[in-house]
Write a protein that binds this ligand. Sequence first.
Ligand code: FAD
Length: 307
Amino acid sequence: MEPLRSLILAAAGNDVIRRVAATAPGTRQIIARFVPGETVADALRAVKTLAADGRCATLDYLGEYTRDPAQAESTVRTYLRLLDELSKQGLSGHAEVSVKLSALTVDGDRVLAARNLGLVCEAAEQCGTTVTVDMEDHTTTDATLGVVGDARRTWPWVGAVVQSYLRRTEADVAALAYKGSRVRLCKGAYAEPADVAYADAHAVDLSYVRCANRLLEGGAYAMFATHDPRLVGLLRQRTRWYGREQGSYEYQMLYGVRPDEQRRLAAEGETVRVYVPFGEQWYGYLMRRLAERPANLALFLRALAIR
Ligand code: FAD
């Protein structure tokens, strides 16, 4: 991994930098580019804006690695309220939710994670939409896929996420590549050691393409999460080669990243889903976005300096 990227990702876990960032007035502008707001109402407003030009959303209430039971409970309640509002406002056809298990549980407790995921899935089912379980750092991969697998026995539509930078992912994809299985394929956003992850960007891309082929071949509902123009071009060829109709797979991009490309794909009839994070705990999320595009780092550092 490039040194700058690892440095920024290390800062994602640094409490001092987090506190400075949270109080610097200039950071608001940078946050607003990637996070439409802190409340359920802000998230719903973003869904309506996206729906107006044919884009769908997956809503993520920000938070991760929770250590406080009250915080985990409050996260679950927010998801239930969000799903209720999606239903009441007739938006469930336009949006699903994304959850991080480390935000739904405390100190990695797997039983609590499964129970709380179940509550969110029940609410999503009543609302007529779906849930995708984000993938976090590699120490959580087995537990996350295990919880998703258990949840799929009751709610087969629960989405799994795989990261092409992990060496293990092709094997995981082989098990997930079956008809109707909803699988988000991304490159991966965490700082991972070389024994578990490819360090070379080209190797990550090649792994991405191998995993994409496997998902398309196996009949999975593939959710291609990438902004990479080369990969998007290639995926468009692969979906045709496998005879996939539009709507039997989708493209996913992050809120605030390549919005013109999102609109262009949607205008061509592709299903495009935008990952919309909202809430107060934006710090770790923002740092991962900065690590992906260090050009944005200059903006962030300037924002920290503005008083
Ligand atoms: P990169 O290798 O970052 O970029 C490739 C090219 O894409 C760049 O050269 C540039 O041309 C273009 N590009 C990238 N960013 C920008 C930008 N800001 N502006 C303009 N062009 C740009 N990661 C996880 O670990 N777990 C998850 O659960 C997860 N869920 C995700 C869900 C969605 C919907 C998306 C889109 C990403 C998710 N990620 C997740 C993050 C993902 O793993 C990558 O870190 C992130 O998407 C960056 O990788 P990339 O494929 O866009 O390509």
